[in-house]
Design a protein around this ligand. Structure first.
Ligand SMILES: [Zn+2]
Length: 158
């Protein structure tokens, strides 16, 4: 795996860690991320969950949100997210949805867990069957359930 890393990768990882350290000073959690397209830095982000109690504001999520303001085609190829720590299940899902090409991270679970930041519990929970993950999930079909899908299809396939 290490042989696939370039000098640019190592520079971006160092930057993500610098961002994470600086974020702790501001009152945030110790995570930073850099999103690049090729060798161009599109955006830098940090965990901002401490602002407005937004628990989705992980560094990688913020990087994807911010990149959406810059890139007209965020699903272009050659997008890498550099993260100071191993991405959690939520961020991994977002990166899959965003079709990020590549993820490079610094701290692995072994290091993260030593400081209380392990990602494995969420990954383990996500492996359970839908509805068996600790939240009541109830399907409530309605006669109008398909209305929004029909509206979209009519608007875009006309
Ligand atoms: Zn995350």
């Amino acid at each position: 795996m290490d042989s696939q890393l370039t000098d640019f990768d190592k520079k971006m990882i160092k930057r993500s860690i610098e961002l994470a350290v600086a974020n702790v000073e501001k009152g945030g959690e110790p995570f930073g991320a850099v999103l690049t397209k090729g060798q161009e830095v599109i955006t830098e982000a940090v965990n901002e969950a401490y602002i407005n109690n937004d628990i989705t504001a992980h560094a990688e999520m913020q990087a994807i949100r911010q990149a959406g303001e810059t890139l007209t085609q965020p699903r272009d190829a050659d997008i890498t997210i550099y993260a100071s720590g191993k991405p959690c299940g939520m961020c991994m899902a977002a990166m899959l949805q965003a079709k990020i090409s590549r993820i490079v991270f610094a701290a692995d679970d072994e290091l993260g867990e030593a400081y209380g930041w392990g990602t494995q519990p969420l990954y383990d929970n996500l492996k359970k069957d839908f509805g068996k993950q600790g939240i009541d999930v109830i399907n409530c079909p309605d006669a109008s359930s398909k209305d929004a899908f029909v509206a979209y299809a009519n608007k875009h396939n006309a």
